[in-house]
Ligand binder design. Structure first.
Ligand code: HAM
Length: 418
């Protein structure tokens, strides 16, 4: 039997309902904050990701699903959505009327990481991106929006970690200090980090190899090198979060694994998922739109790990698979035909009606009715057809009432919706 690809997964009925609920809660909230949905393709030219996420990152170096298509183009299954949303913003001149635009998008991403609990090779993200706002208020508002979503989903074991990664003004001094430290530790670094130390020393900070992590434990922090504009910006973010009563932790180690970040970066972390503690991550990327060929427009956004969020939410909730509203048990050919007509008529009025199309015995149909979870069973056989009245059985109280055939749709609908 052919099995799933390692690190990929099916989301089965029973789980899907929870995913739908999360999706609806997120879209409704984001729309209230002025976000519009955008849908982007799952594949892009490889160069888009290499240029935005960065050539020296783990994602681009080791994790992307990249291949040459039959026409000779190098394509990549998207490892994240920000680059594509920025590309769409530039390509369709979505800034033309007003550079301030807010988008959200939900869908699958692909990274060839080592699979483990909370880490998959196809995973889903809920992304939100804001273009054209430089004010630190939007940084705080995004974190507030995220915290609100988690609280609406009754997820409480969550803490916001924030940091500032500065800007091209303050980076050089920091990179120098980091390079000095790395020069003294070359022999303990992995081969990737030895290469990164000169090309892009900041990437050594998020290397997952234990010896690199250890070597970096006393690394300098960018937040100690901020220029005065970046410092003012970060202070304002912190003040605004305080005002919004969002508790947060300043996390100087939070460098994020993508090159495009500037200034505020953040993660929402939880203790409920073991090693994969980040449920959402994001930050400002003020230089990205320009770097990808657009104007000098600031950007900021985040992505929620949908799989991780669903896992946490499901810890607090039992299955919410929708039950049938009614089961129609029909005995005999004529009754079967009636049941078939009714089940179609119920379906289009929003009543989920199940029926046994295998023409089983009453006993077996009642068993199926029980399994369907329906609170009511409508029973018809030759006798009922002759008398022009079907029997409606309440599965909880076992009470049975007769309803006239011509009123079946109205009566059942009224009873089920009561
Ligand atoms: P990221 O931190 O790479 O950021 O991913 C965001 C979230 O996606 C993570 O916090 C995690 O919950 C989830 N995630 C990442 N990799 C996996 C995986 N292999 N399996 C399951 N979940 C995973 C970004 O992707 C940025 N584009 C976020 C952003 C948007 N920054 C600005 N705008």
């Amino acid at each position: 039997m052919i099995q799933l690809i390692r690190g990929f997964k099916d989301i089965l009925p029973g789980e899907v309902e929870l995913w739908q609920k999360i999706e609806q809660t997120a879209s409704a909230l984001f729309e209230d904050f002025g976000f519009k949905e955008i849908r982007i393709p799952i594949m892009e030219h490889t160069e888009l990701f290499a240029r935005s996420i960065g050539e020296d990152t783990d994602i681009v170096e080791k994790e992307m699903y990249t291949f040459m298509d039959r026409g000779g183009d190098m394509l990549t299954l998207r490892p994240e959505a920000t680059a594509s949303v920025v590309r769409a913003y530039i390509q369709h001149k979505l800034y033309a009327q007003d550079p301030v635009r807010k988008f959200y998008t939900i869908g699958p991403m692909f990274r060839r990481e080592r699979p483990q609990k909370g880490r998959y090779r196809q995973f889903y993200q809920i992304n939100a991106e804001v273009f054209g706002i430089a004010s630190p208020y939007i940084d705080a508002q995004l974190i507030f929006m995220l915290a609100t979503l988690f609280s609406r989903l009754s997820v409480t074991d969550i803490k916001a970690h924030i940091n500032s990664l500065g800007c091209p003004q303050c980076r050089p001094q920091f990179k120098q200090a980091l390079s000095d430290l790395l020069a003294a530790k070359t022999e303990v670094l992995c081969s990737d980090c030895q290469r990164r130390s000169s090309r892009n020393p900041m990437r050594v900070l998020d290397c997952k190899v234990p010896s690199c992590r250890e070597a970096m434990s006393d690394a300098p922090s960018l937040s100690d090198y901020l220029c005065s504009d970046c410092k003012t910006h970060f202070d304002m973010v912190k003040k605004s979060l305080d005002k919004l009563k969002i508790s947060f932790e300043i996390d100087k180690q939070l460098v994020r694994g993508l090159d495009y970040y500037t200034r505020t970066t953040f993660e929402l972390q939880t203790g409920s998922l073991g090693a994969q503690s980040a449920v959402a991550g994001g930050g400002r990327y003020d230089g990205l739109i320009k770097a990808l060929g657009g104007s000098d427009i600031p950007g900021i956004g985040f992505a929620i790990g949908f799989d991780r969020l669903a896992e946490i939410v499901s810890l607090n909730r039992p299955d919410i698979e929708k039950k049938a509203d009614i089961f129609i048990a029909a005995l005999g050919e004529k009754a079967q035909e009636k049941a078939f007509e009714w089940s179609c008529a119920f379906g289009i009025t929003g009543i989920q009606a199940e029926t046994d199309m295998a023409n089983g015995s009453l006993k077996s149909q009642m068993k199926k009715a029980d399994r369907s979870g329906a609170d009511y069973v409508l029973i018809i056989g030759d006798k009922e057809l002759e008398q022009g009245a079907a029997v409606l059985r309440n599965m909880t109280t076992k009470e049975q009432t007769e309803i006239l055939m011509e009123n079946v749709l109205e009566s059942v609908t009224a009873t089920v919706r009561r």
